[in-house]
Unconditional design. Structure first.
Length: 143
């Protein structure tokens, strides 16, 4: 990887979850919060969010199903999006393999702690998930 690509990737990582403060009209301070984006590496991790922040989870298999949050301090924004990967010919993802993503977005409404989770029973065509391959969860502290 080129040095410039590594630097760009590091800058992008630092920006995730960054809170930017800008000055609004009349000299009042306005805080804009970047969405918290989570995927497979966040499994069994602890994250922090602030009230009003969007939390988007993208899991990379269409076999995932999101479970109800452990508390009502977050609310689902819209509906769960199932995005199957397009078939691109021989050697690509074939129907039934679960290629694609499942995306859900929540908004943090109240302070507290919540566990967001998902489950699947199939990890590929005729392949049963076992252990942690079939479960995903992360705990989020909302301030």
């Amino acid at each position: 990887m080129k040095k410039s690509h590594r630097i760009a990737a590091a800058v992008a990582i630092v920006c995730v979850g960054l809170v930017v403060t800008v000055w609004g009209s009349g000299g009042s301070q306005v805080t804009a919060v970047f969405p918290l984006a989570l995927s497979e590496p966040a499994n069994l991790q602890h994250e922090t969010a602030v009230r009003g922040q969007f939390i988007t989870i993208t899991l990379h298999s269409t076999y995932w199903s999101y479970l109800a949050p452990s508390s009502n301090i977050v609310a689902m924004k819209g509906s769960v999006l199932h995005r199957p990967a397009p078939f691109k010919g021989s050697g690509s993802c074939l129907p039934g393999m679960g290629c694609g993503t499942v995306v859900v977005t929540y908004v943090a409404q109240h302070a507290g702690s919540v566990t967001l989770s998902a489950a699947r029973t199939t990890c590929g065509e005729a392949l049963v998930c076992t252990g942690t391959r079939g479960r995903w969860s992360t705990t989020i502290l909302i301030r």
